[in-house]
Design a protein around this ligand. Sequence first.
Ligand code: CDP
Ligand code: MG
Length: 765
Amino acid sequence: ERYRDQNAGDKMNPFAEQEAWEDHQIGKATLKFGSKDRKQISDDYKFVFEDQIEFIQDGMMDGVNFEDDSSVEFEKSMAESAFEKLQDDRKTLPVYPYRDALLQAVHDHQVLVIVGETGSGKTTQIPQYLHEGGYTKRGKIGCTQPRRVAAMSVAARVSQEMGVKLGHEVLGRNNHSLVCQVGYSIRFEDCTSDKTVLKYMTDGMLLREFLGEPDLSSYSVVMVDEAHERTLSTDILFGLVKDIARFRPDLKLLISSATLDAEKFSDYFDSAPIFKIPGRRFPVEINYTKAPEADYLDAAIVTALQIHVTQPCDGDILIFFTGQEEIETAEEILKHRTRGLGTKIAELIICPIYANLPTELQAKIFEPTPESARKVVLATNIAETSLTIDGIKYVIDPGFCKMKSYNPRTGMESLLVHPISKASANQRAGRSGRTGPGKCFRLYTAYNYYNDLEDNTVPEIQRTNLANVVLSLKSLGIHDLLNFDFMDPPPSEALLKALELLFALSALNKLGELTKVGRKMAEFPLDPMLSKMIVASEKYKCSDEVISIAAMLSIGSSIFYRPKDKQVHADNARMIFHTGNVGDHIALLKVYNSWRETNFSTQWCYENYIQVRSMKRARDIRDQLEGLLERVEIELTSNFNDLEAIKKAITSGYFPHSARMQKNGSYRTVKHPQTVYIHPSSGLAQALPRWVVYHELVLTSKEYMRQRKSNVGGVPLRLLRKAIALANVNQVENVLLKARSTKTNTGIEELVPDSGVLANGMGDL
Ligand code: CDP
Ligand code: MG
């Protein structure tokens, strides 16, 4: 963006962008890496790089033909022998020589801890071995993944390897019905059938399965995979599977991990034996920057381009970013800069990968790179251990990831960009040495690495809001949470906070037992405040509207589309839904209902700058919520003209998130008072109503904001000092007053001493 501005008047000069890029290199004095000989390497890069630029400018690279052996014939025969090749590939994986020993170990022991480096074949192969070994004759094999993308892509891979269709039953080439033995299940997306015997799923989904099947009787094997990630759901699963293994001696339990801290897992599972799969790893050269990088996004892009221009096209690049937004920004900048160089450099195939990336685009990262091109994968933490991408030779590690943290005192949860741990840094570096010697460029100093990074990442259970988990455990009949068999117990303060919230939401009674409302809430795979909103909609006779709102809030990606060249149009289109300052929840409802009225028209989405894909997802989620309503016996009733009723339902879930305007246009939260601001993307950003309830608070750190400035077309997050209130309900005074007099938020002080704050806050109204 910066360069575009600089060269705005220079459109006639075809080299303008290129020169700007070069200036930038010199201006930045390129990146200098670590120790002496590494510096040498880096300087070499620089020279080659600058030579190359001249080379390009002289036009000497014109007409260079890269070898191209991917003829049509070749591809055709490839497709035909693809299955055989996959079978051969399977045999080259590090786990393969241990197949029989592994089956023997599973036979001999009920619980087994498996350790092997990422890419050794644990996730894709072990469930297949067990299937071949006959374990699916008496039940399914379930394999949990902390990430949705991993569950989907691994299931797709395994179905290819087994030569079966994924998920639902279909007819094959000769009209034989193909058995769909492999499926996956992630929240709001069940891609399994009654033929499924290998089921990949997120850890959260297995947790939910306990609600319907407390002894997991339909499973013969449960493999808790990627155990080292220690997500909240995985940690809770540990406790639950350990418990059922005691009274189900036929159930086999595998705990698999990519790191070497297996002793801890073994100790927890009563000294379960550890099965090690020796890894194959090539040496990885680690490079550090000499000084900390002010703008890691830019530094990462420059490094990637340097590698691309100076190194032969025999290895792909993997860059770790913190999230979708950063990845999209990087993708745009990279495209822009490589476009400036045209055909003068080898093709750079840019492959983003993050959780919300549409499924059809995810497959792209696994496609082999053509010989004359190079792939650059822009990934979140997902590529650290959950996904293995072959052919990576260079890893660029800015040293950050997005991490949830939770302050049990204030009850505030935030997703912040945080330095990674040493363990993560080493995992990341290791991604470059899988198929040959690799190089890792750490965009931080060696001093940072040795002195500032924590050894290991704190398990999620110790830094998150537990309300959801507490509700699930309570509905599983586990009452004594303080004595639950946690591998690492959460802070007791966080447990109490969760109990307090659930009590305030009427999900628990004074004795901490699940109420009728709580039982209904537990059926919804949603945050308790969101489930409460749905359950409350019964009373206000607006369940139809409320599940639409809940679905729209659960999409996880943006609904509004804002192309750069049409921002004004897009903003105008968006504001129509906000007419009357109805608040973001109601605006979301209006979007959904308008779309529904057009019979879910794609054209309508285009005309209104709405993301079709997000809307389709909302519709899917809504369908499922409708099914769940039926299950908890709440009638589907519509009350669209009574916005008050809808707001009341929202408020009965979200009253703990209410805030009152202060004189200067900022807001003060009612519980645990602190100053917050309305997010500029909210329809209420200008309206500033006296009272709002918000969906969530988003904290942005200073570093993050600094980096934002260099992004293309970024929203002015930097204008916001601290917190941002998103999704509001306008004019809620009387709703809040109502809420105050209802049971939902009285008597909390009986549970924990500190809860007086909420009562006071509400009293203030
Ligand atoms: O679980 P682990 O990290 O040990 O390895 P894996 O996920 O089973 O991956 C083994 C191999 O399968 C990788 O090296 C990839 O070559 C391949 N794979 C793939 O091509 N596509 C996927 N979606 C997953 C794995
Ligand atoms: Mg794996």
